[in-house]
Design a protein. Structure first.
Length: 180
């Protein structure tokens, strides 16, 4: 793979916060306005965020999902230190400086039944690739692990729960009809 191929797509952008929800376990879902990032992102890529004026060093967060129709993208992050704590304080309507999308991202396999496994901060990239695969003839199966409750309501999948001991699935994946 040409590991410089993605560099032309990286931009520095001011993105407005459109939604910012807190969930159990100090987890947050942040929706940002950016038609450029929504259009350019490949699953597995991340953005570098300036979380506040007082912290110069940007924090990397993976892109969980994109909405190309509305020109937005979503991040799922957990508060672990000062940077993510300050990010959690940012309000709807505020603007964040974003560099991205960064990273090579994933290449889609031509195998029909891909297994996507992610835990903790490894969950958002799996959700991103599931979003891309739902529109192809792939039939992904997603396994997610987290030491804190998933940041979604604990509804069981309509397509049945293949793992009786796993009590949660993600409505987002359920909506896409992706087994989780
Ligand atoms: C490419 C990439 C993608 C990422 N994507 C995501 C994502 O989608 N969602 C997300 O929540 N995080 C993600 N992370 C991790 C995230 O960048 C860090 O959690 C964040 O930068 C921590 O910044 P902070 O200032 O809050 O904590 P710091 O002050 O840097 O750290 C505070 C304390 O937390 C510990 N710590 C730091 N990071 C973690 C962690 N991830 N888990 C447990 N303990 C930690 C440190 O060791 C330290 O003790 C990603 C990291 C990378 C490199």
């Amino acid at each position: 793979m040409d590991n410089k191929a993605h560099r032309g797509s990286i931009q520095v952008l001011d993105c407005q916060i459109l939604a910012h929800y807190q969930f159990e376990g100090d987890q947050y879902i942040l929706t940002l306005d950016s038609p450029e990032i929504a259009k350019a992102t490949k699953p597995g890529q991340f953005v570098h965020i300036t979380v506040s004026d007082s912290l110069a060093m940007r924090r990397p967060i993976s892109i969980m999902s994109v909405d190309t129709d509305n020109g937005t993208f979503d991040l799922l992050y957990k508060v672990v230190g000062e940077g993510t704590r300050q990010l959690a304080e940012r309000k709807i309507g505020e603007v964040l400086s974003i560099i991205g999308p960064i990273g090579n991202g994933f290449e889609l396999t031509d195998k029909k039944l891909p297994l996507l496994i992610g835990g903790g901060v490894g969950m958002p990239p799996m959700i991103a690739i599931a979003q891309q695969m739902k529109d192809t003839n792939h039939d992904p199966f997603v396994i997610l692990g987290s030491e804190v409750p998933f940041p979604f309501t604990p509804e069981l999948s309509k397509i049945g729960n293949p793992c009786p001991n796993a009590s949660h699935t993600m409505p987002l994946l359920e909506e896409w009809n992706v087994a989780c």
